[in-house]
Design a protein around this ligand. Structure first.
Ligand SMILES: Nc1ncnc2c1ncn2[C@@H]1O[C@H](COP(=O)(O)OP(=O)(O)OP(=O)(O)O)[C@@H](O)[C@H]1O
Ligand SMILES: [Ca+2]
Length: 936
């Protein structure tokens, strides 16, 4: 086969070439695009359409970073001193422990890094491309020169394109030129006046990678990709998920600094007291250093990062992609979720079921996007082509339409043993328009995929749909050369622009009674939860091509209405119920008709306690204060425009709410940015909204938001769990040493033991707490206050009291053993060491519950069980292995010792546990659920 040459010389002046020459140079097709196989060949040859990504942190640096901490520095100093004093064994052991700790930290961080990287990859943009004459949505990284790409408002231009068609196309190129006023683009070739290069901003028939489409639509061929693009040349980095530190991480770092000071002071006291009571200075120095190490919760920031990263991964598994790490914390605080209706609360699978014109209602059968069905009049099938007005309506539905139907032949699963091909129809484009295409196919009988068999008119212009006008029009040239405007849109918006009506096939002036009749009919259909669209047209006399500015959507001739169902998603009702229990308010925001919105809201159980409905035009009349006051009670905002969303977010925020807000269109971006948690749709969302969002829903599903909130709460709870565990352990360790020195006892723990407990035995269980499953009442609680301190709700008290008990019991076990045989200090120290370890390993189970250890099944978190078992095995090794005994200054323990250890170690947790049981009954939801209760 002959090698196809593609002209991709980077300095080609594409803007001077005529469209046909560009197509030839790129060996492509301006209508069908490349073939799939050719595109793949080019991809293999040229490489992915990516900018050289920001460099990953090399693993070796991650490893080195582990040894840069303050604590590690202290330990190195301690090692050096031990070495110079001739305590080689101590020196080597400290080094070994630093090393083990470093490796553990490294593994954690590398893991966190990996999952955050995966997150960046998920956030990568998509492109609409034509291949083999079919429209596909593919990752922008797979584009190659020659690909035919479609653009619309809200897109980031995915590669450098030479435009072939530009319909009111406006592109904001500040990413490239710094100029923030959008440039309006054209499709024609620019004549090269001189040899000088035209500046980028004036290359009006090129669209550049990374710039943003702010309006209109267009098509073009990819001329360069990846680093060959204009933006690649300036090697600008874009579109990466932000991986910033969360507020909690920042606060923990600050707390760490305070603890360093506390640790140093305590150390000085302990050293002073020890020396005063006659301990050797070097021993006290090492003990002091170990204590300082104990007091600084070194592992904390790392474990927080890991817990966040793992939580983020769990969210991905539940289809929620976090773009900004801090929002993971905010998610748990969400008190209002404002959701779009179409596609988020509903399935976005629209089917036209009713048509109305001239006082006649037809029913349309068939389901989904399958283009087969019949038209029924009073239950009897009719031939639609007999009814002129119906045909006119269907033709508007079919032509004033940008959706495409495509059919995948899907081989039935081998597993089922059936070789039969199953046809599955899909819509590429707006589902509302898809439904109308299907309707037209049912009534007009053409092949919906290829369009064969339909009457051809040539589209010469388009006024694209926008959520403010709530309608869309096209201009067509008919075969006789005359022009016609075809319009469809929200029924009452369209009606207000009509002056005539087609009634029983006759065009006549639209009387006030007829208007009322139509509006009544609209509401009647809307009450059945149908989305109602109206259809109209007008002949354009004296229109000439290219007069787009002169077309007005007024004086139209009304034809009829179509009502389509869009069933609610099944998961939504239980999800709303869960929000209710969790004290989270749910609000529907929709461009749809008030009555349709209300009917859907009732179906999904949204109107509960605060069942008011507000329309966009009413909202316009309210001041911000009035809106804030009303917002508490409104459950549904209907017929709103994207601009209203921003006011709604602000109103709720001024009432102290933490607001999650969804959006998909370009105009939703400001509201999404302002919301505490901005949520973009993964499927229908534009690039611009995704970039503004904190969270992207892979499945556009409301239930996914609730799942993310649940995970958000769980992550925060888990962070509290291991903070509690680690800090209580540290408090215990410090108090043992502190009291022993103050009371003039011998050292209860030798330095190496303190280091071991801190750096080795604590780490694994703390990690396991980071992945603890949620407590049963996580979604029964009210959202936590955004400004809440991490130690709030009794956590601080629990840390101090349990830490105190652990320290006290360890000291007691030590004292009892030592008093019995004051000559065998090593034995007493071993008992203290093991008691401390066991007390912590028991206490770790207490940390899993806000209530008490008895509230949860101890075997539920299998990572924790393994972590605890391995910590026990490690400590047994340290105690019983002959080789390790001299290093860790331990000796064999006997049955009596173990009895003492178990009792002493168990008391802190069980005393506390009993307290918890006595204080608290069963958990209850924040709001009582109405599901399953009998109405009286
Ligand atoms: N492609 C379209 N052409 C003409 N009119 C449309 C089109 N899509 C929607 N409409 C009309 O405009 C109204 C508002 O649509 P809009 O897109 O603002 O809301 P929505 O996205 O459908 O609802 P939601 O805000 O719940 O997602 C719809 O109720 C419908 O009547
Ligand atoms: Ca919308």
């Amino acid at each position: 086969m002959e090698e196809i040459q593609v002209d991709t010389r980077p300095n080609q002046k594409w803007y001077t070439l005529a469209a046909a020459d560009v197509t030839r140079a790129l060996n492509s097709d301006a209508r069908e695009g490349l073939s799939q196989s050719e595109a793949e060949r080019r991809l293999a040859k040229i490489g992915a359409n990516q900018l050289a990504a920001n460099k990953r942190k090399p693993l070796f640096t991650v490893l080195l970073d582990q040894f840069k901490d303050f604590m590690v520095l202290i330990l190195f100093v301690a090692t050096l001193i031990s070495y110079f004093l001739g305590e080689y064994l101590d020196a080597i052991t400290i080094i070994a422990i630093i090393f083990i700790n470093g490796v553990l930290g490294f593994i954690q961080e590398a893991k966190a890094e990996r999952s955050l990287q995966a997150l960046k990859d998920l956030a990568s943009p998509m492109a609409r491309v034509m291949r083999d004459g079919q429209l596909f949505l593919i990752p922008a990284s797979r584009l190659v020169p020659g690909d035919l790409v479609l653009l619309e408002a809200g897109d980031r231009v995915p590669a450098d394109l030479r435009l072939f068609s530009a319909n009111r196309l406006e592109i904001e190129e500040s990413a490239l030129t710094g100029e923030s006023v959008p440039v309006s683009k054209t499709a024609g070739a620019l004549s090269a006046v001189s040899d000088d290069a035209v500046p980028l901003g004036d290359q009006k028939n090129l669209a550049f990678m990374g710039t943003m489409v702010t309006g209109g639509t267009g098509q073009g061929l990819v001329v360069s990709t990846g680093m060959d693009t204009e933006i690649g040349k300036i090697a600008h980095m874009m579109n990466q998920a932000e991986i910033a530190e969360t507020p909690l991480q920042i606060r923990l770092e600050q707390m760490g600094k305070i603890l360093v000071v506390v640790a140093v002071l305590l150390t000085l006291v302990v050293i002073g007291a020890g020396v005063w009571h006659g301990h050797e200075l070097f021993t006290m120095f090492l003990a002091g250093v170990s204590l300082a190490v104990a007091a600084i919760p070194e592992g904390l920031p790392a474990i927080v990062t890991v817990a966040l990263a793992l939580g983020v991964q769990r969210m991905i598994r539940r289809n929620a992609i976090v773009r900004k790490l801090p929002s993971v914390e905010t998610l748990g605080c969400a008190s209002v979720i404002c959701s779009d209706k179409t596609g988020t609360l509903t399935q976005n699978k629209m089917t036209v079921t009713h048509i109305w014109h001239s006082n006649t209602t037809y029913q349309v059968t068939g389901s989904g996007y399958e283009p087969h069905g019949a038209f029924l009049l009073q239950g009897k099938q009719i031939a639609p082509d007999r009814d002129q007005a119906l045909v006119q309506l269907l033709q508007i539905a079919q032509r004033c339409n940008n959706a495409q139907l495509s059919c995948e032949e899907e081989k039935a699963r081998r597993l089922l043993g059936m070789g039969k091909a199953v046809k599955r129809w899909q819509v590429v484009g707006d589902p509302t328009e898809g439904a109308l295409k299907v309707l037209a196919a049912k009534g007009l009988g053409f092949d919906p995929e290829t369009g064969k068999g339909r009457q051809e008119g040539v589209r010469v212009d388009e006024l694209p749909f926008d959520s403010d006008r709530k309608m869309m029009s096209v201009v067509e040239q008919k075969s006789d050369g005359s022009y016609v405007l075809l319009t469809k849109g929200a029924a009452e918006a369209l009606l207000s622009r009509c002056s005539h009506i087609m009634w029983n096939g006759q065009v006549q002036p639209l009387s006030a009674t007829m208007r009322h009749r139509i509006l009544d009919q609209t509401e009647e259909m809307a009450a059945q939860a149908l989305r109602v669209l109206g259809f109209a047209y007008k002949p354009l006399q004296g229109y000439r091509r290219g007069q787009s500015a002169e077309i007005k959507e007024s004086d139209l001739i009304f034809v009829g209405l179509a009502g389509m169902i869009d069933p609610p998603r099944e998961e939504v009702r239980p999800a709303i119920n869960l929000c209710h229990q969790a004290g989270i308010k749910t609000v529907m925001i929709t461009g749809d008709h008030r009555i349709t919105a209300e009917a859907i809201a009732r179906q999904i159980g949204l109107m509960r306690g605060y069942g008011e409905i507000m329309e966009g035009r009413e909202l316009d009349r309210l001041t911000d204060e009035e809106l804030a006051e009303r917002a508490e009670r409104v459950a549904v905002y209907a017929r709103v425009s994207p601009e209203h969303k921003l006011r709604i977010v602000r109103a709720l925020q001024s009432n102290g709410h933490v607001v999650a807000m969804t959006g998909d269109g370009v105009n939703d971006a400001p509201a999404i940015k302002t919301a505490d948690i901005g949520i973009a749709m993964g499927i229908t969302g534009t690039d611009v909204t995704k970039e503004a969002a904190d969270l992207v829903l892979r499945d556009d599903n409301f239930a996914t938001i609730v799942a993310a909130v649940e995970e958000g709460r769980n992550i925060y709870d888990n962070i509290r769990k291991f903070i509690r565990y680690l800090l209580a352990s540290n408090v215990g360790e410090i108090l043992v040493m502190f009291f022993a020195m103050i009371l003039g006892m011998p050292l209860p723990l030798v330095p190496i033991q303190i280091l071991w407990v801190n750096l080795v035995t604590d780490g694994l269980p703390a990690m396991a707490l980071g992945v603890d499953p949620p407590e049963a009442d996580t979604m029964y609680q009210r959202p936590r206050n955004k400004h809440e301190n991490i130690f709030a709700r009794g956590l601080g008290w629990k840390i101090v009291s349990r830490g105190f008990l652990i320290g006290l019991m360890t000291l007691l076990a030590f004292w009892l053993t030592w008093r019995e045989n004051p000559d065998d200090l090593v034995h007493a120290q071993t008992v203290a060491f093991v008691t401390l370890v066991m007390a912590q390993l028991i206490h770790v189970f207490d940390c899993r519950s806000q209530h008490s250890v008895f509230h949860r099944n101890i075997f539920e978190n299998k990572y924790l069980v393994w972590a605890v078992l391995s910590s026990i095995v490690l400590v047994l090794g340290v105690v019983y292995l002959d080789a390790l005994q001299p290093i860790f200054k331990t000796t064999d323990l006997y049955f009596r010792d173990w009895a003492l250890i178990i009792v002493a170690a168990g008391i802190p947790t069980f005393v506390a546990g009993m307290g918890g049981v006595l204080r608290r009954g069963r958990p209850r939801p924040a709001n009582k659920s109405t599901a399953g209760t009998v109405r009286s």
